[in-house]
Design a binder for this molecule. Structure first.
Ligand SMILES: [Zn+2]
Length: 293
């Protein structure tokens, strides 16, 4: 499932094709995504200019001149592809890719910039919604989200406050979108490794009894921010479905230090541990039991 870095990579791919451009034509080939598309979806988009493409956690937010915001979520297997009409040397290859994807291209945006943006989603857990900008913060998928981990407001004090008294594991706490938004299995494992903290450690132990951050909270915030920045720089991780909108693969999967590396030597210099896999809340956790305490 795409996490924050993959969605941010998609945002960066869509922005040049969509920002400042109008929806010239919107084709809906399949309405029943995770939820049915809103009524009059195409009509509400056509003629509108995209004022900006933003992101909140794993949600893409396209601001429209009408005052609406188009919320887009990739679900498990959703992806966007951007095709340019003219002067594209790679047209042959692009066309080939198009025919392969056609069956699952559910929504196609024809932009006034000349770009065509298709939304492809074989498993159809993704969705699109239109809401008034004023009501965005109250919208169910967004309203209970915790802070953006790369935002300035997210720091050790904030994370410690959120974890104060929590008897769940750090793995579970960081996977909870109300505590910090946008992290999933991969980046939680990688952040905990960078912070040298065990995924089994109780979340409350990064805060003092009054909820003040200790040194573990500082390390953890540093680890979260660093791994997300590195992953975004690499274009996200392409495990199964993630591709950048230009069709290129993300490269961060080659830089995982523990995720999916069960049985390999721990990459921490001087550590003689071996990466171990355990199951927490039904999901695999990868960590080094020697240097992550
Ligand atoms: Zn180790």
């Amino acid at each position: 499932m795409p996490e924050l870095p993959e969605v941010e990579t998609v945002r960066r791919g869509l922005a040049p094709a969509m920002e400042g451009a109008r929806f010239a034509k919107v084709e809906v080939r399949r309405r029943d995504l995770r939820w049915p598309l809103p009524k009059n979806f195409a009509q509400r988009l056509e003629g509108q200019t995209v004022t900006g493409i933003g992101r909140r956690a794993k949600y893409l937010l396209a601001g429209l001149s009408s005052g609406d915001v188009l919320i887009m979520h990739l679900g498990m297997s959703g992806s966007f592809h951007v095709f340019r009409e003219v002067g594209d040397k790679a047209l042959g290859r692009t066309y080939h890719e198009r025919t392969q994807h056609l069956a699952h291209d559910h929504v196609v945006f024809h932009m006034s910039s000349g770009a065509t943006v298709t939304f492809n989603d074989p498993r159809r857990f993704g969705f699109m919604k239109l809401v008034a900008r004023k009501k965005l913060d109250a919208e169910p998928p967004l309203k209970r989200l915790g802070p953006e981990p790369l935002g300035n407001a997210f720091d050790a004090a904030m994370l410690a406050r959120a974890c104060k008294g929590k008897k769940t594991s750090l793995k579970a706490a960081l996977s909870d979108q109300r505590i910090v938004a946008g992290l999933g299995n991969i980046y939680v494992c990688e952040a905990l490794f960078r912070a040298r903290l065990s995924p089994k450690r109780m979340a409350a132990t990064i805060a003092t009894s009054t909820g003040a951050p200790n040194e573990r909270a500082e390390r953890l915030v540093e680890g979260i921010k660093a791994v997300l920045k590195d992953a975004i720089k690499a274009g996200g991780s392409s495990l199964r479905d993630h591709k950048r909108p230009d069709g290129e693969l993300g490269m961060f999967q080659h830089h995982f230090r523990v995720y999916d590396r069960e049985g390999e030597k721990c990459p921490t210099p001087g550590c003689r541990g071996t990466v171990k896999r355990i199951v927490q809340n039904g999901r695999s956790t990868f960590f080094c039991p020697v240097c992550q305490k």
